[in-house]
Structure formats: C-alpha cells, structure tokens
Design a protein around this ligand. Structure first.
Ligand code: ADP
Ligand code: 5GP
Length: 205
C-alpha cells in the first residue's frame, strides 16, 4: 500500500534587488497556488500609497520593532536603507506546520539568517534583465525619491554578487514567464526524493 506522510509545507525564500518585481511575481503566484501563503513582514518604513497594514506589511515604530527583537519574536531581521524589516517567527512556523508553502520576500542578509534555521528551505533569487531595466522599473513605480532610488540601485549591484548563496535564479523579464518559473521550482522541489522519504510504508502488495 502506498501512503504519504502529512508533510510540512516548503519554506521558499525570495530575494532580489528592490524594484526587480518580487512583489508582483508573488501576487501572481498567490493567485495561482492556493497552498502558498506569503509571510507579512514588519517594517519601520512609512507605508507607500496603496499599501495596507497587515497585508503589505505590519507597520511599526522603531520602539515597537526593537521590542519584538528583544522578545525573540523575529525569525530574522535587518536594517535596510535606514529602516528595520523582519519576519515574525510564529506565523511562519504555524503556516508551515499546517502544510502551507510559505514565501518570505526578504533581502539577502535576512535570507542568510533564515538559512541557519531552515537549511531545507528553497532559496530563489529574482534578478532584473539588466540594471537599466531595474532603474526604469523603480522610476516607473514612482514611490521613491531620486536619492533613495540611487541608494537602492547601489545596493542592487552589491546584491547581485551574492547569487551563489541561492539555489535558483529567476530573471524577471515577462511577469507570466517569471511566475511560470517560480511554479516549476515549487513543483520540482516537492518531487525531490529527500522531501518524500519514506514514501513507501508498510507492506507493498
Ligand atoms: P519589488 O517587490 O521587487 O520591489 P515590485 O513588484 O514592486 O518590485 O515591482 C517594481 C515595478 O516593476 C512595479 O511597478 C511593477 O509593476 C513593475 N514590474 C514588475 N515585474 C515586471 C515585469 N516583468 N515587467 C515589467 N514591469 C514589471
Ligand atoms: P521595500 O521597502 O521596497 O518594501 O523593501 C526593501 C527591501 O527589504 C526589499 O529587498 C525587501 O525584499 C526587503 N524586505 C522586506 N521585508 C523583509 C523582511 O522581513 N526581512 C528582510 N530581511 N528583508 C525584507
């Protein structure tokens, strides 16, 4: 008889330069895959127009954020371009245990911290087709000042040098292509032998 264990979901870590399209790809992935949840991070950054508390981020003051760190409620956290960002630990654990695949959309330092706790996670880097396209996308999004855009582009170039820490590279040329690649990675990862052992249980007749 063939039986499968009830399994924990996959932890999927997605990083890549700001403006490369991570949020856009994740939204489309969520639409397509009902067993995928995106972890909502905490940040001290101010909300952008259209961003919603508890959906885009949990927007917190620096004091509130420091309290969360002190009480060990962050799976990982970083200071990025002058603001704190972090992943609430318990929500991620609960979703994984319930069998959902959980996406963390976080920067490279955060991904590095998560790898220490979840080495079995799937680490995906989303890159733009070129720095020029990235610059265009950030400008078109229209949510940052020129100074912040320059800071984020400089950071993006540094981040591209950390590719080797990831399992997969997805170049976000066309949105639908990018999401197809993410879905393919998730399907392939779920088929890995190491995630399916033991597959046969009891007598095989
Ligand atoms: P990130 O979450 O990585 O900061 P966003 O998802 O906010 O990036 O995308 C930045 C901008 O680029 C948005 O205006 C978005 O609509 C646009 N965008 C994302 N992916 C693509 C793509 N494949 N082609 C063209 N524009 C894109
Ligand atoms: P933004 O301000 O554009 O929303 O995010 C800036 C950067 O912070 C992006 O690279 C994004 O992936 C990263 N980020 C968002 N949430 C988190 C988080 O919880 N932890 C870490 N380490 N980075 C995050």
């Amino acid at each position: 008889m063939i039986m499968k264990d009830k399994k924990q979901g996959l932890l999927i870590v997605i990083s890549g330069p700001s403006g490369t399209g991570k949020g856009t790809l994740c939204l489309e992935l969520l639409r397509r895959q009902k067993f995928v949840k995106v972890s909502v991070s905490c940040t001290t950054r101010a909300p952008r127009p259209g961003e919603t508390e508890g959906i885009s981020y949990f927007f917190r003051t620096r004091e509130e954020f420091e309290h969360l760190i002190k009480n060990d409620q962050m799976l990982e956290w970083v200071e990025f371009c002058g603001n704190f960002y972090g992943t609430p630990r318990f929500a991620v654990q609960q979703l994984l245990e319930a069998g959902y695949d959980v996406v963390l959309e976080i920067d490279i330092q955060g991904a590095h911290q998560v790898k220490q706790h979840y080495p079995e996670g799937v680490f995906i880097f989303i890159a733009p087709p070129s720095v020029a396209v990235l610059s265009q996308r950030i400008h078109d999004r229209g949510t940052e000042s020129e100074e912040i855009i320059r800071e984020r582009l400089a950071k993006a170039i540094q981040e591209m040098n950390c590719l080797s820490e990831y399992d997969y590279l997805v170049v976000n040329d066309e949105i639908l292509n990018g999401v197809d690649k993410l879905q393919s990675i998730i399907i392939a990862e779920k088929c890995r032998v190491k995630r399916n052992c033991p597959y046969f249980k009891g007598d095989i007749k």
